[in-house]
Design a protein around this ligand. Structure first.
Ligand SMILES: *Cc1c(COP(=O)(O)O)cnc(C)c1O
Length: 405
């Protein structure tokens, strides 16, 4: 077993060796520009891209013509939201999203607010879920877009996408979903799930970094977007720039493997997660699993460890590569906006950790990780006067911390 153990699969995944094998020839002998129409170098590049487009489309129940290649989900999100706003802004200026979105969605929404759009940020329930009724209540005559995450990257909660999509279609509002954590992990069918736009990213599903795709529906309704990158008119004008052929080949291969092995991967990771959760909750009191344990991604869990200090906890488990309830982006010590939106207090958010399990995670690694967590939490609690008081049955919420002044 190699240390540290990687349990941060929501942040990124390694490239599957089968994916790398497919990619390699496209860096060297098959280096053609897929837009070169006059020779075989270009043709073989184009052929490879079109094969990948089919593989990507197949994973999400789309047709290849509905796939726009991007540099990843951040770009897909920007293109979907800004492209919609620019195309349909004369029809209405209202957009609906939620407080538990990825920063790429929240920051794009903020950008659009500066441009004169009005954004409603729906507040989730305690488990991080948005309901169809909330969306229904928020939709107005001037709403042009609903943008909601499918599987949450911090807590794994799944939104009722199919039902929300049906509502949006009924109301003639476009529906974009950030499917970055969902695609390849749970069944996704753009048509049956009533999605109009969906982004996914290579490096979240065992493909390379810096490549992704945006699904853009072509009928019922036909979605039109204003390009956010001008140039040679690649990707049917929606995203100019010479295509990253090796990356796209990798994304295609990763999607095909994810599709074929979806059930196997899900069973593997959810069994490991159960093993981990059972061990940790069996050995420790005052731990809480965040998110919705019924509607959730198969491959992660987010756990709050009460009565330990967050920073010391992360320091105490140096052999585990995990993410904490703070600092999801950059080096900020801000508590997670997702946990905060779910009503988790700042203190508890700081002592929350996300554990992600992957295709190559083993039982041995999970057992080691659980033991490390249990040991670290017990040791820190031994030093915690608060925990001692709780053990003695003192209701610490009733204590007057001001010292009587
Ligand atoms: C990782 C992630 C993104 C950003 O994707 P990139 O391809 O890294 O730009 C967006 N949304 C979610 C839910 C993610 O997990």
């Amino acid at each position: 077993m190699q240390l540290p153990i990687y349990l941060d699969y929501q942040a990124t995944t390694p490239v599957d060796p089968r994916v790398l094998d497919e990619m390699l020839p496209y860096f060297t002998e098959k280096f053609g520009n897929a837009a070169s129409r006059s020779h075989s170098f270009g043709w073989s590049g184009e052929e490879a891209v079109e094969k990948a487009r089919k593989q990507i489309a197949a994973l999400i129940g789309a047709s290849p013509k509905e796939i726009v290649i991007t540099s990843g989900s951040t770009e897909g999100i920007n293109l979907a939201m800004k492209g919609t706003a620019e195309m349909y802004g004369s029809k209405g200026k209202h957009i609906i999203t939620s407080l538990v979105e990825h920063k790429a969605v929240l920051d794009t929404a903020k950008h659009l607010e500066k441009e004169g759009f009005e954004v409603t940020y729906l507040s989730p329930d305690k488990k991080g879920r948005i309901s169809v009724d909330q969306v229904r209540d928020a939709i107005r005559d001037d709403t042009i877009l609903v943008a909601l995450i499918w599987g949450n990257n911090e807590i794994g909660t799944l939104n009722p996408i199919r039902e929300i999509g049906a509502l949006c279609h009924e109301k003639n509002v476009l529906f974009f979903t950030d499917g970055t954590q969902a695609a390849g992990k749970i069944p996704v069918d753009a048509i049956a799930d009533n999605v109009d736009m969906l982004c996914l990213s290579g490096h979240k599903l065992y493909g390379p970094k810096g490549v992704g795709a945006l699904y853009v529906r072509r009928r019922n309704p036909r979605v039109r977007l204003v390009a956010q990158m001008d140039g040679g008119g690649h990707e049917r004008g929606m995203r100019s720039g010479t295509l990253n052929v090796p990356g796209i080949v990798g994304l295609g291969a990763a999607c095909e493997i994810a599709m074929n092995e979806l059930e196997k991967d899900a069973q593997h990771t959810s069994a490991l997660r159960k093993r981990f959760e059972d061990k940790v909750t069996g050995a420790l009191d005052h731990v809480h699993i965040n998110g919705d344990v019924e509607h959730r991604l198969p491959n992660c869990t987010n756990i709050s460890f009460n009565y330990v200090e967050g920073e010391s906890l992360i320091m105490g488990v140096k052999d585990l590569a995990v993410s904490s309830g703070s600092a999801c982006t950059s080096a900020s010590l801000e508590p997670s906006h997702v946990l905060r939106a779910c009503g988790v207090g700042d203190e508890l958010a700081h002592s929350s950790i996300r554990f992600g399990f992957g295709r190559h995670t083993t039982e041995e690694e999970v057992d080691f990780a659980a033991d490390q967590m249990i040991t670290a939490v017990k040791r820190l609690r031994e030093l915690s006067p608060l925990y001692e008081m709780v053990q003695e049955g003192i209701d610490i919420s009733s204590i007057d911390w001001s010292g009587g002044h």
